[in-house]
Design a protein around this ligand. Structure first.
Ligand SMILES: C[S@@+](CC[C@H](N)C(=O)[O-])C[C@H]1O[C@@H](n2cnc3c(N)ncnc32)[C@H](O)[C@@H]1O
Length: 309
């Protein structure tokens, strides 16, 4: 996804060190390793053990300059040294191999209602759907899915589960479709509900908040951070992170009164004000790229100490 744009904005060159925090199927990782040959290094990370194995196999020819671990990108500070990377890539969301396997529970094809990226981690989507209160479900449907009909759909789910537990993706997708028929929409009526559940099951926004800070810590001054997101909830968080750290002042109180602002050195530069989006050709070839937004930041170095008089 946005391969040429990612390589260009990460400034991939021989001899440099990169982190791919969401190595997935290894497509970006392979391109980074090729473009940084013969001596560039890559750390790779993914919370999905199956993805890690697949990426290791695909990238075996680069073994000498590659280290891949299973884990959350928010925890890379535990194994990657501070200020050791020239570039960090986070390509958020679900990978095609995860989406295409019904047994992972991410898609509408019938399978267990699971959605855990790391199957060693706790609650599944079925646990949330069957055990959370109607209010909690309505809140995530609205906050993480932007679903306007969140309350009604949550109420119907609560009614349905009194008869029998909702354990299958097909059962949930079918229920939503019955309540809220397709009526000419391009996307499945349960798309927003599935997105909200996935975000909640994997605490994706919590990981992203911690992960952006972790990425900044492992970057060298002048290093680049490239983040690709797939929906507005994620993109808003990434944009706000960039805005906050690129300001040259501490906001003045809760309402940011200009007279109360305190100057401080910015930590980031926005390399581009607007997000990069896929061109028509990429969208046609890969319809899943349709909603991708790519933001690019550069870590600023320590400013030189003020000259003494
Ligand atoms: C869109 S795919 C990445 C595709 C990859 N760039 C490629 O070229 O094949 C997103 C991947 O991020 C992983 N992921 C999502 N959140 C994560 C997190 N907090 N920590 C580590 N990996 C995560 C998912 O398991 C998935 O494999």
């Amino acid at each position: 996804m946005l391969l040429a744009e990612v390589l260009e904005n990460l400034q991939v060159r021989p001899g440099r060190t990169f982190l791919d925090g969401t190595v997935g199927g290894g497509g970006h990782a392979e391109a980074i390793l090729k473009a940084s040959a013969p001596n560039g290094r890559l750390f790779g990370c993914d919370r999905d053990g199956i993805a890690v194995e697949a990426a290791r196999a695909r990238l075996s020819q680069f073994a000498g300059r590659l280290e891949i671990r299973q884990g959350n990108y928010a925890d890379v500070g535990e194994w990657i040294e501070r200020e050791s990377c020239d570039g960090v890539l986070l390509d958020l969301g679900v990978s095609s191999p995860q989406f295409d396997r019904p047994e992972r529970g991410f898609s509408f094809q019938d399978g267990p209602l699971d959605m855990r990226m790391d199957p060693r981690q706790g609650a599944t989507a079925a646990d949330l759907v069957n055990d959370w209160s109607g209010e909690e479900l309505a809140r995530i449907f609205w906050e993480y899915g932007g679903e306007r009909d969140s309350r009604r759909l949550a109420r119907e789910i609560v009614d349905e589960r009194q008869g029998r537990r909702i354990e299958r993706t097909g059962q949930l997708a079918g229920l939503i479709e019955r309540i809220s028929p397709r009526a000419g929409r391009k996307t499945h009526p349960a798309t927003k509900i599935f997105q909200a559940l996935r975000i909640a099951v994997n605490d994706e926004l919590g990981s992203l908040r911690r992960g952006l800070e972790a990425a900044l810590n492992v970057l060298k001054p002048s290093g680049r951070l490239v983040v690709i997101s797939f929906h507005s909830v994620e993109d808003r968080l990434v944009k706000e992170f960039g805005r906050r750290l690129s300001r040259d002042y501490e906001p003045g109180g809760e309402t940011d009164r200009p007279e109360l602002r305190r100057p401080r050195a910015p930590q980031l530069k926005l390399v581009r004000r607007k997000a990069i989006v896929p061109g028509a050709a990429e969208e046609k070839e890969n319809p899943r790229s349709r909603s991708a937004q790519c933001r690019v930041f550069e870590k600023l170095g320590n400013l030189p100490a003020a000259a003494s008089e």
